[in-house]
Design a protein. Structure first.
Length: 464
């Protein structure tokens, strides 16, 4: 909540116009009227049109305030029509109750400088809002309704096809796209400028990477979360669960790989030569995608995603990542030797490992057992990121205990033979400690460790 919004929540108008507020304003629906009056849009104050100095505008909880006789809608349309220098616009909430597709289309036509737009809870009726836009946004985020998590069975028909929203001249140059609760259907459309794609709770017409690569050939970052796929027998039907929860998930993934293998043999080309980071929920999804191209970093984000050692081994051979990240719970740590570390023994290209650990029951990590699991691997850089669902004061105490445990591991003279750098990070506290193996074979705590140093070493953190 911004300075202006805090004062408005007490029924007052801000007494000043701080430059930082005009650069980045955040307002809730029920304070929108006060905000517009403070900007001088009503003409009641001789302050000039402050809206012309707005660069970043975020309006939350749209449709939840008292929109009596369309008052909120009027304020929003007036604000957008007077803020033609906006570079970033975020509208979150029940947008369709406040501004119609035609009104939003007209508003975007009057925002020529817009570079970033984030719209949440929109429907298929808004597919033409970019048709007349004079802006050329570089980043677009679209979240649709209905949300598949609210439906016992996901079907293709209840999700909005994303491509009609994007097939407008103003969006041909977008570099970043985030979509939620939509379907990617018409792969004949291409967006060569897109570098970053994040898809959450989406339906894919085809499971494999080649289909996506045709529409987004220049991706450098790809994140797929809670992705839904067609069944193996009825292509147009969709089952109501992600691939990771399918009873025949392995069979489906295997068929997908074999099909891609035949297609790729005919095409004689690999997918995504520029892809740097792949973020997926599970190892099974990674395996099914059949990423036949080197990827600098792969991140597995679902706890328990490492339960498929055979699929991990094949996926590692496909992608040959230099850095592998995995999110784990403390209860899974002992099982990781079989599921994750053993496949790493057959992947000499993978030399960086990031473990994002959520500790809930036992605020302690057995670093020695972790080291034993890495003995046969080529991991030379290891980062362990930790967070606890506890109070910050308690977290500080647990952090000190964790650092002592890590130091004992370093001094036990049984660290993995390939290990050269070791870091432990508390994401909650923003603390980082690291050690480096010196030429004589002794470990020394590094005094100048920073997140920048980690990034320079090619280690991509899971929590950032």
């Amino acid at each position: 909540m911004s300075h202006a919004t805090r004062e408005m929540s007490h029924g007052q108008s801000p007494r000043a116009a701080p430059s930082e507020l005009l650069r980045n304003s955040k307002v809730d629906d029920d304070h929108l009227g006060n905000f517009c009056r403070w900007l001088g849009l009503s003409g009641e104050e001789d302050v000039g049109n402050r809206a012309l100095r707005l660069h970043v505008l975020t309006i939350n909880n749209l449709g939840t305030g008292p929109n009596v006789f369309g008052v909120t809608s009027g304020y929003l349309r007036e604000l957008l029509s007077c803020s033609r220098n906006l570079k970033s616009l975020t509208l979150h909430g029940l947008i369709e109750y406040v501004i119609t597709p035609g009104q939003l289309r007209s508003a975007l036509q009057a925002l020529p400088s817009l570079e970033y737009i984030d719209l949440a809870n929109i429907t298929a009726q808004y597919k033409d809002i970019f048709a007349d836009a004079l802006c050329a946004p570089r980043s677009v985020s679209l979240s649709f309704v209905p949300n598949p998590h609210h439906h016992p069975r996901l079907t293709k028909e209840i999700l909005v096809d994303i491509f009609p929203f994007l097939c407008h001249p103003s969006l041909q140059g977008i570099e970043s796209l985030t979509i939620k609760a939509a379907r990617l259907d018409a792969y004949s459309v291409s967006f060569p400028a897109l570098r970053r794609l994040e898809a959450d709770s989406c339906w894919l017409r085809e499971v494999h990477a080649d289909a996506l690569a045709g529409s987004f050939p220049s991706l450098q970052y790809l994140s797929l979360s809670s992705i839904y796929f067609p069944t193996t027998t009825v292509p147009d039907a969709v089952i109501g669960m992600p691939l990771s929860e399918m009873h025949d998930g392995r069979n489906f993934a295997g068929r997908s790989r074999r099909l891609q293998g035949m297609q790729r043999a005919m095409l004689e080309q690999a997918t995504w030569p520029s892809l740097q980071i792949l973020r997926v929920g599970t190892a099974l999804e990674w395996y099914a995608l059949h990423m036949a191209c080197p990827i600098a970093c792969v991140q597995l984000w679902t706890p328990g995603a490492q339960r498929c050692p055979e699929e991990i081994s094949q996926a590692l051979a496909d992608s040959r990542p230099r850095c592998l990240g995995a999110r784990v719970l403390e209860s899974q740590l002992l099982r990781m030797s079989e599921a994750l570390f053993r496949p790493l023994e057959q992947s000499p290209c993978t030399t960086r490992l990031v473990l994002a650990m959520s500790l809930s029951k036992t605020p302690h990590i057995d670093f020695r057992k972790l080291g034993d699991g890495l003995n046969g691997t080529s991991i030379s850089y290891l980062l362990v990121q930790i967070q606890w669902p506890i109070r910050q004061q308690t977290a500080a105490t647990v952090w000190r205990q964790t650092v002592l445990s890590a130091q004992a591991f370093i001094n036990c003279h049984s660290t993995p033979p390939a290990l050269q750098r070791f870091w432990v990070e508390s994401y909650q506290l923003g603390r980082l400690v690291g050690w480096i193996l010196e030429a004589g074979g002794t470990w020394k705590e590094s005094s100048n460790e920073s997140l920048a140093v980690i990034a320079e070493e090619g280690v991509d953190r899971m929590w950032t």
